[in-house]
Design a binder for this molecule. Structure first.
Ligand SMILES: [Zn+2]
Length: 413
């Protein structure tokens, strides 16, 4: 190489280095809450493409192509909602069909589009809770998982046909642990667990088949333990049927067809519940339409019991988003870092995805930037009990895979 050319190349390299902007996005001045690293202070967060690469007290803004000023805001991991129903209908004709052919949660009218509800409430990962089974999972994947901006993962229902209503969800012959496990193992990037729900009978077969599938595929089981009349015993479920790390959803439900964790008459938490949680059973909120009662949650929290994770049970009848529910837990006296933990780092570990749900360097840049809005707020549960609060969490910006995907009353980038 000629001497002159070499000097020119060296000069070019020096110039490029001096003006380089290595970070694709910089979030400045936000109050970071990261449960995984126990970080709670004001930090700048630098991102390159889809990864968090640096967290420091001050990062030179000139080194970033784009930046967001999060002064006065909360910067936390993108929220993870592990109980949703997003296997939406392929067309409006199916969605509006109320005849027997309606597919309900399994591609029918009960399910919603994930992107319409996720980013506006700081959610970057949604887990569908059993809407599809081994027979229709490929349809769910092609229609929803592969086409959504939201990261969509799935619990596979133990019923081969998924949650398509009755009589399908009562067909114990279609609850095949081996076939369910086969499909779960074929799609390890998408399927994070097995689901049991809506079984009316008194047999333990649905739970046991789901646990056998979970054991073969090395993934947890999520149990929606209804709808049995009289209710089946939850202590027996925890002690004799579930494994450690299996998930009991709708944990604050108070309905006649399921045994509650708080005795509704005495108003106290059943002592074995805390013991089972300490042993490793996971308790998830699954708020939904009728699956949460303050008369369960308030005494449980007063007794020192907190759910491991908060989730919405998003579907057509469920009207509360993640931030509504997080705000209700704040109103019940749970502190903000704990509430954030129950909506990010805890669910990430419950579904075996520890690269999500944290703000650590090297991890995926899924980030929610929230604000505590002051005002008079109230929430009423399906039993008519109301909770009031002077603050509510709102989402200002949502970043998924390092890209801004939602902006509330703020300019974008
Ligand atoms: Zn559900």
């Amino acid at each position: 190489m000629l001497r002159g050319t070499r000097i020119l190349l060296l000069l070019l390299l020096l110039t490029t280095t001096a003006t380089a902007q290595p970070y694709t996005l910089l979030i400045r001045n936000g109050y970071c809450i990261d449960p995984a690293s126990n970080r709670r202070d004001t930090f700048d967060v630098a991102i390159v493409d889809n990864r968090i690469v640096r967290i420091a007290k001050r990062i030179d803004p000139h080194q970033a192509k784009k930046q967001l000023d999060a002064r006065g805001m909360i910067v936390c991991p993108g929220l993870i909602d592990i109980h949703t129903h997003v296997f939406f209908a392929a067309d409006s004709a199916t969605a509006n069909n109320t005849a027997d052919s309606d597919l309900e949660y399994a591609g029918g009218s009960e399910a919603l589009h994930p992107d319409s509800f996720s980013f506006r409430s700081g959610v970057t990962t949604i887990v569908d809770a059993g809407s599809s089974g081994w027979r229709n999972f490929p349809t769910f994947k092609a229609r929803v998982i592969d086409r959504s901006k939201t990261r969509v993962l799935a619990f596979l229902d133990i019923v081969g046909a998924g949650m398509r209503g009755n009589p399908y969800e009562q067909d114990t012959l279609d609850m095949n642990g081996a076939l369910t496990a086969t499909v779960a193992r074929r799609y390890p990037k998408d399927i994070v667990g097995i689901k049991v729900a809506h079984y009316l009978g008194t047999s333990w077969h649905p739970v046991d088949a789901a646990v056998s599938a979970g054991t073969i595929a090395h993934i947890p089981v999520m149990v929606d333990f209804g709808e049995h009349l009289p209710p089946m015993p939850i202590r027996q479920l925890f002690e004799q049927h579930l494994r450690l790390h299996d998930i009991f959803t709708h944990c604050f439900a108070q309905l006649e067809d399921r045994e509650p964790i708080v005795d509704p008459t005495a108003g106290h938490l059943k002592p074995f519940v805390k013991i089972e949680q300490l042993k490793g059973i996971v308790f998830d909120v699954g708020y939904g339409e009728i699956s949460f009662a303050f008369s369960q949650a308030i005494p449980a929290i007063k007794a020192g019991f907190l759910p491991n994770s908060i989730s919405t049970d998003l579907h057509k009848g469920a009207t509360h988003d993640m931030l509504d529910i997080l705000s209700q837990f704040l109103a019940m006296g749970v502190d903000l870092p704990t509430v954030i933990t129950m909506a990010s780092w805890n669910p990430a570990r419950e579904i075996g995805r520890p690269r999500l749900g944290s703000l650590r360097e090297g991890h995926i840049a899924d980030i929610a930037i929230l604000q505590l809005e002051k005002g008079d707020f109230e929430a009423t549960d399906h039993l008519g009990q109301t909770m009031t609060s002077g603050q509510k969490l709102i989402c200002i910006w949502t970043i998924k895979d390092g890209r801004l995907v939602y902006s509330h009353n703020r300019p974008g980038l």
